[in-house]
Design a protein around this ligand. Structure first.
Ligand code: ATP
Ligand code: MG
Length: 346
């Protein structure tokens, strides 16, 4: 089918970026730049689905932008912007709210986890989040979406929305010049590598997350060397030595997590890492992990610090990116409105 290949992904400005965001998402955004046209978005409209302090939000938006650039995303060759500057995201999300079914959204585990017990008090936005995410992707007719494991279900929902839209409006889509009846592609998730789900350092069954109240559960991209060392040394482990083969990690979530982090940071496989460290004690493995983590993260933290010191430079990047994103989004919205049957100025 004739969709131009394009990558889209987003990160929420909801707090401190951590190693999970880096290994599961941003590091992979960087790698995809050579092969695809990429659009990377700071999804501030997603962020406000839970309360964000307006005095803090601008700083976090700029910090995520700085992280993108510090990690190696090129905002001149690709597009980097914040979602709220392109109103078309909200516009298409509304149409998708009318395509997505309640039954589909009721199955979303992220809503259940984030809303917790007090579901009645969760925002409507938190519930409708996946329809906005589908709009983010499909506004650019993106074909590939690099995300961590936790976003797999949302991406499947985006595919369902694209398909239902194409089906519901098939005749109209054809009559507007799309002979194959496909206005939107089915975006493919790109979930690969040894760290698609980095776990909390305190609990190997919970994902590392910005919103975890314990700072010891995660390594932040801006942590200094001493903090990284302390967090890794305190990370939960079990009393046994490291296994020599990957199979031996299956029932040991904490060990599996630390080995996965080492593998992802060093660009090796878990098997390869265990060949080196298998049979050894956690203490010495943890020392090597601290060294590796600091070596990888320190230059990123330094560059982020340099960038956020000049907010107007960061803002210019976002404004320029938003202008280029809007040009694409605007074209998609025009044809989408025609397909739906809305009247508009020609
Ligand atoms: P929040 O707790 O506010 O949802 P988050 O840490 O989940 O924050 P997001 O902005 O929701 O961060 O996600 C940004 C990207 O990082 C997504 O692609 C997501 O899949 C990925 N990601 C988030 N946490 C992890 C993790 N622990 N391991 C791997 N990837 C992750
Ligand atoms: Mg998340």
């Amino acid at each position: 089918m004739g969709f131009q290949e394009r990558v889209f992904s987003g990160v929420q400005p909801t707090g401190n970026l951590h190693l999970g965001n880096y290994l599961g998402a941003i590091k992979r955004f960087v790698e995809l730049q050579d092969r695809y046209d990429c659009i990377y978005c700071v999804v501030d409209m997603h962020a406000i689905t839970v309360w964000q302090d307006p005095a803090e939000l601008p700083r976090t938006i700029r910090e995520v932008t700085a992280a993108f650039i510090a990690c190696g995303i090129d905002p001149a060759k690709h597009i980097v912007f914040n979602q709220s500057q392109v109103a078309e995201h909200a516009e298409l999300a509304w149409i998708f709210n009318c395509v997505a079914r309640l039954g589909w959204l009721n199955r979303m585990t992220q809503f259940k986890e984030k809303a917790g017990k007090d579901r009645e008090n969760a925002s409507v936005g938190l519930y409708a989040y996946p329809a906005l995410m589908a709009a983010d992707i499909l506004l650019y007719r993106a074909t590939h979406v690099p995300v961590g494991e936790d976003q797999k279900q949302h991406l499947e929902l985006s595919r369902d929305i694209a398909q239902k839209f194409n089906n519901d409006f098939a005749d109209s889509i054809r009559s507007h010049g799309f002979a194959d009846g496909q206005l939107f592609p089915q975006p493919e998730p790109l979930i690969t590598g040894p760290a698609t789900r980095v776990m909390s350092l305190r609990d190997g069954t919970k994902k590392m997350s910005k919103s975890d109240p314990s700072d010891y559960s995660r390594i932040n991209l801006t942590d200094d060397a001493d903090t990284i060392a302390q967090k890794i040394r305190k990370a939960k482990t079990d009393p046994e030595a490291l296994p020599s083969e990957e199979k031996g990690l299956e029932t040991r979530p904490e060990a599996d997590n630390l080995v996965g982090i080492y593998a992802a940071l060093s660009g090796r496989t878990k098997t390869d890492v265990l060949r080196e460290f298998g049979g050894g004690q956690f203490s010495s493995f943890k020392n090597s992990l601290v060294e590796l983590c600091v070596a990888r993260l320190a230059p990123i933290a330094a560059e982020m610090k340099r960038l956020v010191a000049d907010p107007s430079h960061v803002d210019r990047i976002l404004i320029d990116g938003a202008d280029r994103a809007r040009a694409i989004a605007h074209e998609t919205m025009k044809v989408t409105k025609d397909v739906v049957g809305f009247v508009r100025k020609r």
